[in-house]
Design a protein around this ligand. Structure first.
Ligand code: XMP
Length: 315
């Protein structure tokens, strides 16, 4: 059994000994980085700088909410809007691993700059067990390059601090609850963000489409869960597919893109079963998406793939 209180006390104690200079954490606002920042902040206070980057691939209102939350947590933080740079770097890029590598690189450049300015000595990462297992090592294949694994360039000689390295997600959530962090139940969101939920080039126009579709999926599923109509999925979102299909609007032919609904049940994201969303909820999601983006989306499909053979995200 995972002993939460023991984990928190021992981690704070060892962080106090481990971190003696300025430290930096990439703060996405997810459960992992929030728990990690809270623990390190309890250990070293102002010596930790939390950096949130708005990549342009965040969900609706997400970065603004993260900013408010960093203030509320009393963190020493920096907020960086780098969306234009990210969009520029990803222009004409279609291949999933290249997208991931470019975004990962770009993050590194942003953090490198802050690290130099703030004379950072320690890099705090919210890496948890499935992240490094799936990113591959000498024993395992690389499935996807999860971008929070890898850190900053070696020449910067930053000392790596990974307090959650041995934890699984359910354990991180237990720590979050114990620390009374309101992100405890938040669904995971990948570092490369909406870019890996757009198959093909992740243009700003496509980001707007998938962002709205993700918002609708989240909203309808959360309402359905509240009404007791379905179990809360582990993750639930929308994916924009690059294919067009023929449809009809009024008495006119339409030719628009396809959105796939993805929702999965899981314990640790290593394996997943697709969520059995009731048909009336699927109906609401489909209707709302096609009305909200009437000129762009005329077909909504439901992904019924488990992991394996699929993965949670499509890229
Ligand atoms: P996959 O798609 O590999 O996802 O089955 C497993 C879990 O990891 C999340 N994910 C990421 N998280 N950086 C992250 O921090 C990433 O690059 C990344 N890629 C996927 C995914 O949303 C799921 O929860």
């Amino acid at each position: 059994m995972f002993k939460v209180k023991k984990f928190i006390d021992e981690t704070i104690d060892s962080l106090k000994k481990q971190v003696s200079g300025m430290a930096l954490i990439a703060f996405s606002g997810g459960v992992d980085s929030t728990v990690c920042a809270a623990l390190v902040n309890k250990a070293v206070g102002e010596k930790l700088i939390a950096v949130h980057v708005d990549t342009g691939y965040m969900r609706k209102n997400e970065s603004e909410n993260v900013k408010k939350f960093m203030k509320k947590m009393g963190l020493n933080f920096r907020f960086i809007n780098a969306s234009k740079d990210f969009y520029k770097e990803l222009k004409n890029v279609e291949e999933p691993e290249r997208k991931r590598k470019i975004i990962g690189e770009k993050f590194i450049r942003v953090f490198e700059k802050v690290a130099k300015e703030e004379k950072i000595e320690y890099l705090v990462q919210g890496t948890i067990a499935p992240d490094w297992i799936e990113s591959g090592d000498s024993l395992r294949d690389n499935i996807k390059s999860h971008h929070n694994v890898g850190g900053l360039p070696e020449y910067m000689k930053l000392k790596l601090v990974e307090p959650l390295r041995d934890l699984y997600k359910d354990e991180v959530r237990k720590v979050a609850r114990a620390l009374k962090l309101e992100v405890a139940e938040k669904q995971p969101f990948p570092g490369p963000g909406l870019a890996v939920r757009i198959i093909g080039e992740a243009t700003p126009e496509r980001v707007d489409i998938v962002r709205e579709a993700c918002f609708i999926v989240e909203d309808e599923i959360e309402k359905a869960v509240q009404k007791g109509k379905m179990e809360m999925p582990w993750q639930y979102f929308a994916v924009l597919l690059p294919i067009k299909s023929v449809g009809v609007q009024g008495d006119r032919r339409a030719y628009g893109y396809v959105i796939s609904i993805r929702a999965v049940q899981s314990v640790d994201a290593m394996t997943c079963a697709y969520s059995k969303i009731p048909h009336d909820i699927l109906d609401k999601i489909s209707t709302r998406i096609t009305i909200a983006m009437i000129d762009k989306i005329n077909r909504v499909v439901y992904d019924v793939t488990n992991k394996p053979p699929g993965t949670v995200e499509w890229e």
